[in-house]
Write a new protein. Structure first.
Length: 150
């Protein structure tokens, strides 16, 4: 399931799907937090949150996708042992996400050393947001957590 709330992103997504001839994909053109409650429990193996809007101003942070509520929704739809990956170049959002993962009864953060979250995921294709971040001197982080067994 590909989720992209912005029309330009969805248009690019559709072009790639057509170009690659993909047939085993479903799309949602809205907020993933609205989709998660509609999915059956344990129905997905993995979820990737790549360069989400960081909502950097303090008063905006309540809009960030990663929250106690959305992690709980995500945990419900991930199978036990399912993977959640988060990539961002905004240190504050990375720290925010780590704090919420650590506080969650549903996830284990599996990285063991700094290089684990500094190295891109195997098979990673750099996003345009990541390219802009690196060009601006920001360092991306790649977090991985797994759904705890119930």
């Amino acid at each position: 399931i590909g989720v992209e709330p912005f029309i330009n992103g969805m248009a690019k997504f559709l072009a790639v799907i057509e170009q690659e001839g993909l047939r085993n994909i479903r799309l949602w053109d809205g907020d993933a937090a609205l989709l998660l409650p509609q999915l059956p429990a344990g129905s997905i193996d993995a979820a990737d949150l790549l360069y989400p809007d960081p909502w950097p101003k303090r008063r905006q942070r309540k809009r960030r996708f990663v929250s106690e509520r959305t992690l709980s929704l995500l945990a419900r739809v991930l199978r036990p042992g399912g993977r959640f990956r988060f990539a961002s170049d905004i240190d504050d959002y990375v720290g925010w996400t780590l704090a919420r993962l650590a506080a969650s009864p549903d996830f284990d953060w599996t990285d063991e050393q700094a290089d684990d979250w500094r190295q891109p995921y195997p098979g990673w294709v750099r996003t345009r947001y990541e390219a802009k971040a690196v060009k601006a001197g920001r360092v991306p982080s790649y977090l991985t957590a797994h759904r705890r067994a119930s």
